[in-house]
Design a binder for this molecule. Structure first.
Ligand code: NAD
Length: 361
C-alpha cells in the first residue's frame, strides 16, 4: 500500500526546512523501499497570495485525501494587517478543525550532544526525553459561552472551561497508548483541587487506567507540575493534560531543551491520521538566508512515519541519522556554541541524508 503524504511548506523558513525533510522522505523511498507518494500544496500566506485564502478548498481536499500532512510554518509581518479570517494562522487552525486533530503530541527531547544549550544545568537535563499529550480541540479555548458583556457599566469578559467525559476519554486513550509504547509511566496534570472540570478529568483518567494495567498512572496539580518540570524534568515520561495547561507546559518543556529548532510535533485524529510540524514558527527574521535549523522538520518526518504510517523502523532510522549528524559536530547557528563555525540548512540536511544513506550499506 502506498501512503499519501501532503507537504505544505507554508511561509518564511517553511520552504527551506521542508525541502530538507522531503529530501529525507525521498531517500527513504529510493533506498529503503518506503512506499510513499508526495504531493505539495499551499497554506498560510503563500496560499493567500496564490488563491486569496489561507486555506484554499484544493488544499483541504488534498489534506483530507492524504494519510498524513507535513507542514513547515505559516505567518509573517506581510500578512499581519489582514482581516482575521484571511490571516495565515487561520489556515493552520482551519486544518486542525477540519481534520479533527484533537491530540497534540509534543516531545521534549534533549540530545546529549546539546546539553549545554539548555538554560538548566546539564546534569538536570542531559538525556531528557519526555512527551506531552495535549488535548487540542476542547477546553477553555473553545468553550461557550464566551465574550465581553456590560454589567452595570463595567465591562466583564468571560470564557468557559468545558470537557465532556467522551473528550477526556478520547485524549486519555491516546496518552495511555503512548505511555505503553514508551516506559509505561503516565502523569495526568489538572487542577482538581479547584476546578470541577479537573475533577471529572481525574475521575475519567483513573477509570481508564483499569484498561491499561501495564501503565502506571499518577496525578499532579498543574502548579506543582510546572515546578517539577524545572526542578527535576527527567522524572516524567508521558504527561497528559487539557488544552490550556498543555499549551503552557509544552512550551516550558520545549525551553528545557534550549532550541526550538530541534523539536517536532504531531496533531492526530481518532484514526491515526495526523499533521506533523516543527513547534517553531516561520522565523521571518532569518527567512531566505539558508541558516534555519531543519532538524525539527526532519524529526517531524520521523513522527509521521511512526504515528501515521506505522513505519517504526524508518522512524528510528531518521532519528539515528539526526543523532549521527550532531555527533559529527554539525550545528546550525541556533545550536552552535559561540565562536564556533555554524552549518547552513542545506549542509545540515545533507549530513542527515548522508548518515541515513550510510545505514543502507
Ligand atoms: P518563531 O518560532 O518563528 O521564531 C522565534 C525565534 O526562533 C526567532 O528568532 C527565529 O529566528 C528562531 N527560530 C525559529 N525556528 C528556527 C529554526 N528552525 N532555526 C533557527 N532559528 C529558529 O516565532 P515568532 O518570531 O514569534 O513568529 C514568527 C511568525 O511565525 C509569526 O507570524 C507567527 O504567527 C508565526 N508562527 C507560526 C507557527 C506555526 O506555523 N505553527 C507557530 C508559531 C508562530
Amino acid at each position: 500500500m502506498t501512503h499519501r503524504i501532503l507537504v505544505l511548506p507554508g511561509d518564511g523558513i517553511g520552504p527551506e526546512i521542508v525541502a530538507e525533510a522531503v529530501r529525507i522522505l525521498e531517500l527513504l523511498r529510493a533506498e529503503f523501499g518506503l512506499a510513499v507518494e508526495i504531493e505539495e500544496g499551499k497554506v498560510g500566506g503563500a496560499a493567500y497570495e496564490a488563491a486569496g485564502s489561507p486555506l484554499p478548498e484544493e488544499t483541504l481536499r488534498l489534506a483530507r485525501a492524504a494519510d498524513a500532512v507535513l507542514l513547515g510554518a505559516v505567518g509573517g509581518p506581510r500578512w499581519e494587517g489582514l482581516a482575521r479570517e484571511l490571516r495565515p494562522e487561520r489556515g493552520l487552525l482551519g486544518l486542525r478543525a477540519e481534520l479533527g486533530l484533537f491530540a497534540n503530541l509534543r516531545p521534549a527531547l534533549l540530545y546529549p550532544q546539546l546539553a549545554a544549550a539548555s538554560s538548566l544545568r546539564p546534569e538536570i537535563v542531559a538525556g531528557l526525553d519526555l512527551m506531552i499529550v495535549r488535548e487540542l480541540t476542547g477546553g477553555i479555548y473553545f468553550g461557550t459561552p464566551r465574550g465581553v458583556r456590560d454589567e452595570g457599566g463595567v465591562r466583564t469578559a468571560y470564557n468557559t472551561m468545558v470537557y465532556s467525559e467522551a473528550e477526556i476519554e478520547r485524549i486519555g486513550r491516546v496518552a495511555f497508548e503512548t505511555a505503553r509504547r514508551r516506559s509505561g509511566r503516565l502523569c495526568s496534570v489538572d487542577k482538581a483541587n479547584v476546578l470541577e472540570v479537573s475533577e471529572l478529568w481525574r475521575e475519567v483518567l483513573t477509570a481508564l487506567a483499569a484498561e491499561f494495567p501495564d501503565v502506571t498512572l499518577s496525578h499532579l496539580y498543574v502548579d506543582n507540575a510546572a515546578m517539577q518540570l524545572v526542578r527535576a524534568p527527567k522524572q516524567f515520561d508521558v504527561i497528559v493534560t487539557g488544552n490550556l495547561f498543555g499549551d503552557i507546559l509544552s512550551d516550558q518543556a520545549a525551553m528545557l531543551t534550549g532550541s526550538i529548532g530541534m523539536l517536532p510535533s504531531a496533531s492526530l485524529d481518532a484514526h491515526g491520521k495526523g499533521m506533523y510540524e516543527p513547534i517553531h514558527g516561520s522565523a521571518p527574521d532569518i527567512a531566505g538566508r539558508g541558516t534555519a535549523n531543519p532538524l525539527a522538520t526532519i524529526l517531524s518526518v520521523a513522527m509521521l512515519l511512526r504515528h501515521s504510517l506505522g513505519e517504526e523502523e524508518a522512524a528510528a532510522r531518521v532519528e539515528r541519522a539526526v543523532g549521527a549528524a550532531l555527533d559529527q559536530g554539525l550545528r546550525t547557528p541556533d545550536i552552535a556554541a559561540p565562536g564556533t563555525r555554524a552549518a547552513g540548512t542545506r549542509e545540515m540536511g545533507a549530513a542527515v541524508a548522508a548518515a541515513l544513506r550510510a545505514q543502507a550499506r
